[in-house]
Design a protein around this ligand. Structure first.
Ligand SMILES: Nc1ncnc2c1ncn2[C@@H]1O[C@H](COP(=O)(O)OP(=O)(O)OP(=O)(O)O)[C@@H](O)[C@H]1O
Length: 312
């Protein structure tokens, strides 16, 4: 449904997005995560055809966005980060205007607007001026605009940004409801957002795709964290050769202590082997524990500068 191959975008010297590839199937809800400036909005603008890539290819439903931009855009609904909304227009007038931009014929527009207003629960505010609405309602107007032409793909840039907890709950249930008959990409830097609604996560770091994983696979990953006061050059050859250990990397370092992350198929079997090897070397063992493997831990690990020192 969405195919992205080696996508890049530079702003002058700055490489905002570099060689990003992924494909997203029908009905998936994908969270695009990353710190500020990681490249999320730039990717979304390219996916929606509003920004030209410097390199690479995007296909929407088989259509090359560079060659069939209009056709591709008909399949996409987009809530931009700071959704440009006209404060002096009423909700209905704004949706009518957006409907015309989406190419919906005047006779079909009325029922499309009614449906979008119902789905976003905007009935009570339909005749209000947009400038008088709370942030939560304005976001709903943005979503209503994005779903007017019933797109197969919805791209929402920070849909809960600036909302209060009740509005966030409402937006989350709306997103889940929209996902019943559309493919969704949601950009956010809020991890709970992704955990609450997404099935898969793409994590960006410095313009590159650092991780692409199903959320249910994340809990199953097995890593053992070992805290030592030794150099990676010293530790790596010893730990990497232990039975079951497939890689050893430095997770972080603090006050002379390094945490090494060991990938292993069997945490239980590997732990005593590590303790034994460390003790045989005469190294003090400052910590030995399974990694807390939730999205937060994973996000921290992949967005930190991670130093890979070995692959067994
Ligand atoms: N029009 C522009 N001109 C120059 N640099 C830009 C432009 N738009 C974005 N950038 C830069 O490109 C990088 C990626 O920005 P982008 O907005 O895609 O990140 P983001 O992950 O969406 O961040 P945020 O979470 O803050 O919205 C940043 O360093 C940003 O400053």
């Amino acid at each position: 449904m969405i195919e992205v191959r080696e996508l890049s975008r530079s702003y002058g010297e700055l490489k905002a997005v570099q060689d990003v590839s992924f494909s997203i199937g029908h009905g998936e809800i994908v969270g695009l995560l990353g710190h500020n400036g990681a490249g999320k909005t730039t990717i979304m603008k390219m996916l929606t055809g509003y920004l030209e890539p410097s390199g690479g290819e995007i296909r929407i439903d088989g259509l090359d966005i560079a060659e069939q931009r209009r056709e591709a855009q008909r399949r996409i609904g987009y809530l931009a980060e700071n959704c440009p909304i006209y404060p002096e227009m009423t909700v209905l007038d704004y949706l009518d205007y957006q409907g015309s931009l989406h190419g919906i014929a005047p006779q079909a527009r009325r029922s499309a607007i009614r449906r979008a207003v119902e789905r976003t629960e905007l009935e009570a505010k339909a005749t209000a001026l947009i400038g008088t609405l709370s942030r939560g309602y304005r976001q709903r107007v943005g979503v209503a605009q994005a779903i007017l032409h019933e797109p197969k793909i919805l791209i929402l840039d920070e849909p809960t940004n600036g909302l209060d907890p009740a509005q966030i709950q409402h937006m989350r249930s709306l997103v889940r409801e929209l996902a019943v008959d559309a493919t969704l990409i949601i950009s956010t830097h809020i991890l709970q957002e992704v955990e609450a609604v997404c099935g898969r996560v793409l994590i960006m770091r410095g313009g590159r795709l650092a991780l692409d994983s199903q959320l249910d696979a994340i809990g199953r990953q097995q890593r053992l964290l070992v805290s030592l006061d030794r150099d990676p050059d010293e530790v790596q050859p010893i730990l990497a050769k232990l039975a079951g250990v497939s890689s050893v990397s430095v997770l972080d370092a603090d006050a002379g202590l390094r945490r090494f992350a060991l990938e292993t198929a069997d945490l239980r079997a590997t732990s005593p082997l590590v303790a034994q090897a460390v003790s045989q070397q005469g190294w003090p063992l400052y910590g030995l524990e399974p990694e807390r493997q939730d999205l937060e831990a994973l996000f921290g690990a992949v967005t930190l500068e991670q130093v890979e020192v070995a692959h067994g």
